[in-house]
Design a protein around this ligand. Structure first.
Ligand code: ATP
Ligand code: MG
Length: 562
């Protein structure tokens, strides 16, 4: 992350807070944390939070902890722990020795809960979940005290111990903080601290059958780890008084501060583990790492460079109000990165055979092609040319409109880095489909220019039909047909907006022979077509490519038309 850009970010209010805390001596250094719950795969929203937390720690020479917020055993799994660590590393961040689990604090949290009971600030409540809800009241109406609210400290201690020892059934009772049932903030109306779950935990096994709630566990975990600035998304703003209440009651040595920022929403996708889970479980996509998914695993497989994701996170900055960012901006960042870094090749997705009738039958010439016009030091490569080539079907029209500058009967075009060719004859099959073109080339135009200075308007890409790599190509579009799939107009759900055309598979693509030598992790451009990468489904027999993005930059267009 470039520091000037962060510094120049007008909305980085978090940075101002940190700087003032460092200046006043409140903190001598900062510690942030990224606290995922291991109940699903990370998405781009999480990536923003990762970039923010790790980025700030880096900028202020502090630390960023990775803490798994694993207090909900029924939904959590080591599969997710591993994928999350993988994703953070892929983004280029390192928690070093600071890997933590909220479940490691269960003993300390329990002891603190006992202390809170002793201090008269918590009680065991036997209300049914239904009554808890009913008694809580609403934003407009006050709550009513639970009939168990005034149990003695002694009784509460005994009952809490029994809860821990598994002497109650799930839902039979809970530990609640004793705050104020008429508090204007509903969250402060005696919130639950512990609930009973007879479910083994992926780390603590069968040791516990009571588990702390997020509200109780989170701030205390921050305090245990000496977190200075605890950044979370806006929906936790209303929880902040509770976060502070617990710290005030427990009085740990370290006092973290919760700061909220706006969560990232993106157009044409959903960004919630729960909804993503439905997409995966119900088979709308092929797994968490489907390249159409907004997961970090998905965009990695799609071929997005991590640097582009970081650039994106930096550009959107941090705000205090929720908004939705255009997917075009994310794609723009990807394209900008790839334009600078990606090697160029020629590749034809929808091949049309062209026979160059006046080209010697067995001749093979090699042409120099520039690897990356944006980076001269990437050098050149040799591309073989022969009598039969493939061009893109869409680069030919039998009966073209006026502005069509590509190949047509009697028209001349430049074959990128090779020769000018003119189309003389169309060969059709029995059903009238064009199956082949016969063209002639002008030997004087070798390398792509003509000595008589005659101009051709169109340049098209091609692949030698005797030197190519067959490829299967997967073209992706957005997973949803509308900007906001959560729009419930007319009683619709996000599944009603699934884009049935989001994946198009091309079986008979032809790539330049040099593609044989690329690394499996390479990202490259097929000139005039788009950016691609090799999909892990690739086998010895078949190379499978993913289209990362097309070349059309909608974001630039939007900016220009503003
Ligand atoms: P989801 O709502 O997608 O299920 P979550 O908030 O439940 O996500 P957590 O594992 O609790 O997921 O999130 C870990 C961290 O990532 C939290 O600090 C959370 O605030 C942050 N985060 C989650 N979603 C976003 C988002 N869309 N934009 C920015 N930060 C996010
Ligand atoms: Mg959460």
């Amino acid at each position: 992350m470039s520091e000037e850009k962060v510094a120049g970010n007008a909305v980085n209010f978090i940075k101002s807070i940190i700087e003032s805390d460092l200046k006043s001596g409140k903190h001598s250094g900062i510690i942030t944390r990224f606290p995922p719950e291991p109940n699903g795969y990370l998405h781009i929203g999480h990536a923003k939070s990762i970039c923010l937390n790790f980025g700030l720690a880096k900028q202020y020479s502090g630390k960023c902890h990775l803490r798994f917020d694993d207090t909900n055993p029924e939904k959590e799994d080591v599969e997710y722990v591993e994928s999350i660590m993988n994703d953070i590393k892929w983004l280029g961040f390192d928690w070093e020795e600071n890997l933590f689990f909220a479940s490691s604090y269960f003993d300390q949290l329990y002891d603190w809960a006992v202390q809170i009971i002793k201090d008269g600030f918590a009680y065991v409540c036997h209300q049914s979940p239904e009554d808890v809800r009913k008694y809580r009241g609403t934003a407009k109406s006050k709550g009513i005290d639970s009939p168990f609210r005034n149990r003695s400290v002694k009784e509460n201690l005994e009952l809490f111990e029994k809860m821990k020892n598994g002497e109650f059934k799930e839902g039979e009772c809970m530990l609640r903080a004793k705050i104020d049932m008429s508090h204007p903030n509903v969250l402060m109306r005696d919130p639950v601290m512990y609930r009973i779950k007879h479910i083994p935990h992926h780390r603590t096994g069968n040791k516990w059958c009571i588990y702390p709630t997020y509200d109780y566990a989170h701030g205390q975990s921050d305090a245990i780890e000496n977190i200075t600035h605890s950044l979370c998304t806006l929906e936790f703003e209303a929880h902040r008084p509770l976060y502070e209440w617990f710290l005030e009651v427990i009085k740990p040595e370290s006092r973290p501060r919760q700061i909220e920022f706006a969560r990232l929403n993106l157009t044409y996708t959903v960004m919630s583990k729960r909804l993503m889970m439905t997409l995966v479980k119900d088979g709308y996509v092929n797994g968490w790492d489907d390249p159409r998914m907004p997961t970090v695993a998905g965009i990695r497989r799609r071929g997005y460079p991590p640097e582009a994701v970081k650039d994106f996170a930096e550009r959107i900055g941090v705000a205090k109000r929720d908004s939705t960012v255009s997917i075009d901006l994310l794609e723009h960042c990807v394209r900008e990165n790839l334009n600078k870094t990606a090697q160029r090749f020629m590749g034809v997705l929808d091949p049309l055979k062209v026979v160059i009738s006046n080209y010697p039958d067995d001749l093979v010439e090699e042409f120099d092609a520039i690897n990356n016009p944006e980076n001269e030091s990437d050098g050149k490569r040799k591309v073989p040319f022969s009598k039969t080539i493939y061009i893109e079907k869409s680069d030919f029209m039998e009966d073209p409109p006026k502005k069509f500058h590509r190949l047509a009967p009697g028209k001349e075009v430049r074959l990128r880095s090779a020769y000018y060719i003119t189309c003389n004859e169309i060969v059709k099959d029995g059903e009238g489909n064009i199956v082949e073109l016969h063209c002639t080339y002008d030997p004087q135009t070798r390398g792509g220019g003509s000595p008589d200075g005659r101009k051709v308007k169109g340049t098209i890409h091609w692949v030698s039909a005797t030197h190519y790599v067959p490829v299967e190509v997967r073209l992706y579009d957005t997973l949803f047909t509308v900007e906001n799939p959560l729009d419930r107009e007319g009683g619709k759900t996000f599944l009603d907006y699934i884009n049935n055309e989001s994946l198009k598979v091309i079986k008979n693509g032809c790539a330049e022979i040099n593609l044989k030598n690329v690394e499996p992790s390479a990202r490259f451009q097929f000139e005039r077509v788009g950016y691609f990468c090799v999909d892990p489904d690739t086998t010895k027999e078949k190379i499978i490519l993913n289209r990362i993005v097309t070349l059309k930059d909608k974001w630039n267009r939007i900016q220009k038309n503003k």
